[in-house]
Design a protein around this ligand. Structure first.
Ligand code: DLL
Length: 435
C-alpha cells in the first residue's frame, strides 16, 4: 500500500519545486548555524540567496566522511542541544564514529520513511514485526522499530543475536515480518531448517525487510525460498537518519528513494561532475527535512544508478539500482576492480554452494594473491578433493568470466565460514598492513 501518495506519487515538476523550496531553507539554516558550512560556502563564494531552485544544488560544496570526522561530534548540528532527543552513531572507518542527532520532528520523519517502505511491502497494523537488527547506537534496530510503530504494527524488539530464542519466538508469537541484515536472515533461515524445535511450516512469516549491506537477487531468491516470504530491500545510512531513505515496492524492481526528504544525485567520483541520467556513479544525498543535523551533498561512496521512469506500482519516487558496493569496498586485485558482491552473485548461481564467502588478498613475490573461501552445502560436501573439484570448477570459470581474474578457491566444511548477526565481513586485505 502507498503510505503517503502526496509525496510518493508527486509529479516530477512538483517534486522539483518542493525540493527547491526545502533546499533553500536547509542551506540557510546550515549557513547560519554551523561554522563548517559557512566557511565552506564562503570559500566557494556561494551565499544562501544564490540557491533559488534544486538545479542550484551543484553550486554547493560536498560533505565527506573526513568532514564528519573533523566536525565530530556535534560540529554540524544546527539546533541547541535542548531540542535534540536522540543520538545515533555508526562505526566509522576512521576510528571516531559517524554521529547523527535528531529532534522530535526528525524522529517522526525518519519513522515515516521506514513506514513508507514497510507499507510498500504490505505491512499494516495487523502485522507482528520482529526487529532483529541490532538495537543501540546502530540505527537499524530503533529505526525499524519506530517505522513499524508508525504503522500501528506490533513491535517485537528481539535485536540481533540469541538465534535459537529468536526462532522460537518467531514461531510462538507468530511474527509475520522480519527485519534484519540479509546475512543474519540467512543465519536465521539456516537455524530454522536445522532445528528440531521449530519448523518453517508452522511460522507465519510473509515479508522481510533486509538492508544495511549489499545483497544480490540470488540471495533474495534463497531467502524467499527458505523463509517462505517476499524479501524487500531497505536502504539507508546514519548520516541521513538511518534505514528508510528508501525501499522496494511489490514489483521489487529498484529501491524507491523518498526524494521529498533526501535529494539524491549521482556523480562521477573522479571528476565530481553529475553523471548522465541512468549512468552508474557515486550516490550523493542532501537532507531536505532534517532539523538537528542536516547534511549537504554527502558523498556516500555507494555506487549505483538512478532510474527516473515511473514504476508499475504508480509511485513516481525515483528508483535506485542495487548498490554494487562502496567505492572503499572495491578491491583492486592485479589491476582489476573487484566488488565482493560479484562473488555473492556468482555463488548464488550454483545450488551446491552456500552464499557465504571470505576473500583474502595479499601480495607475494610482487604479485597480488586472491584467495576465496567458500562453503559447500552439507548435502554436497565431501572431504575428497576430487569430488570438490566437480563443484569448484564451474564456479571458478564463472568467477573468471564475471570478474576477470582467477581466484584460489578453498572449500570449507559446513559452517566453516563465520556467520554474522549484523553486517557481514567478507574481506581481509593483508596488503593494507604492508608498506
Ligand atoms: O546501515 C542503516 C540501515 C539499517 C539501512 C538497516 C538498512 C537497514 P550505516 O551503518 O550508516 O547505516 O551504513 C550505511 O550501509 O552507505 C551502504 O553502504 C550500506 N547499506 C545500507 N543499506 C543498504 C542496502 C545503515 N539496502 C551504509 N543495500 C550505506 C546495500 C546498503 N547497501
Amino acid at each position: 500500500m502507498i503510505y503517503n501518495a502526496k509525496y510518493e506519487c508527486m509529479s516530477r515538476e512538483d517534486m522539483r519545486a518542493l525540493q527547491g523550496e526545502r533546499l533553500q531553507k536547509i542551506v540557510k539554516r546550515c549557513y547560519e548555524n554551523t561554522e563548517f558550512y559557512k566557511r565552506k560556502m564562503d570559500e566557494m563564494g556561494v551565499k544562501p540567496e544564490d540557491i533559488k531552485s534544486i538545479d542550484d544544488i551543484v553550486k554547493l560544496p560536498f560533505t565527506t566522511k573526513f568532514d564528519l570526522r573533523d566536525e565530530y561530534p556535534f560540529g554540524l548540528q544546527c539546533v541547541p542541544q535542548s531540542e535534540v532527543v536522540r543520538i545515533h552513531a555508526s562505526s566509522g572507518t576512521t576510528g571516531k564514529p559517524v554521529v547523527d542527532t535528531y529532534t522530535k520532528n526528525d524522529i517522526d520523519m525518519w519513522a515515516e520513511g521506514v513506514a513508507r517502505v514497510m507499507s510498500a511491502g504490505g505491512v499494516s497494523k495487523d502485522d507482528l514485526v520482529q526487529v532483529s537488527y541490532g538495537y543501540g547506537l546502530f540505527t537499524g534496530g530503533l529505526g525499524a522499530h519506530d517505522g513499524a510503530g508508525k504503522l500501528g504494527a506490533v513491535q517485537l524488539p528481539t535485536s540481533a543475536g540469541n538465534t535459537e530464542k529468536q526462532i522460537m519466538l518467531m514461531q510462538d508469537f507468530g511474527s509475520t515480518v522480519l527485519c534484519c541484515t540479509p546475512s543474519y536472515a540467512m543465519r536465521l533461515a539456516e537455524a530454522i531448517h536445522d532445528s528440531d524445535v521449530v519448523s518453517i511450516d508452522k511460522m507465519k512469516l510473509k515479508a522481510g525487510f533486509f538492508g544495511a549491506e549489499p545483497w544480490t537477487d540470488g540471495m533474495r531468491k534463497e531467502l524467499e525460498d527458505k523463509l517462505h516470504i517476499k524479501a524487500y530491500d531497505i536502504y539507508g545510512l546514519t548520516e541521513m537518519c538511518g534505514p528508510g531513505v528508501g525501499g522496494e515496492c511489490e514489483f521489487q524492481d529498484g529501491t524507491h528513494l523518498w526524494e521529498d526528504m533526501f535529494f539524491p544525485e549521482i556523480i562521477n567520483p573522479e571528476t565530481l561532475e553529475p553523471c548522465k541520467p541512468g549512468e552508474f556513479g557515486e550516490l550523493v544525498f542532501t537532507s531536505l527535512c532534517k532539523e538537528a543535523m542536516p547534511i549537504i551533498r554527502y558523498r556516500t561512496r555507494d555506487l549505483t544508478r538512478l532510474i527516473y521512469e515511473k514504476c508499475k506500482c504508480g509511485r513516481t519516487a525515483v528508483r535506485m539500482d542495487r548498490i554494487l558496493g562502496r567505492s572503499d569496498d572495491m578491491l583492486i586485485i592485479r589491476g582489476v576492480n573487484v566488488f565482493p558482491s560479484q562473488i555473492e552473485a556468482c555463488l548464488t548461481e550454483f545450488p551446491a554452494f552456500q552464499p557465504y564467502y571470505f576473500i583474502t588478498v595479499d601480495r607475494k613475490n610482487n604479485e597480488d594473491t586472491f584467495d576465496l573461501d567458500v562453503e559447500l552445502r552439507q548435502e554436497f560436501y565431501s572431504a575428497d578433493a576430487a569430488k570438490q573439484l566437480e563443484y569448484v570448477k564451474p564456479l571458478f570459470n564463472r568467477i573468471v568470466s564475471m570478474v576477470g581474474i582467477k581466484p584460489n578457491i578453498h572449500v570449507k566444511e559446513p559452517f566453516g565460514i563465520e556467520r554474522s548477526m549484523g553486517k557481514a565481513k567478507h574481506v581481509l586485505d593483508k596488503r593494507n598492513f604492508k608498506n
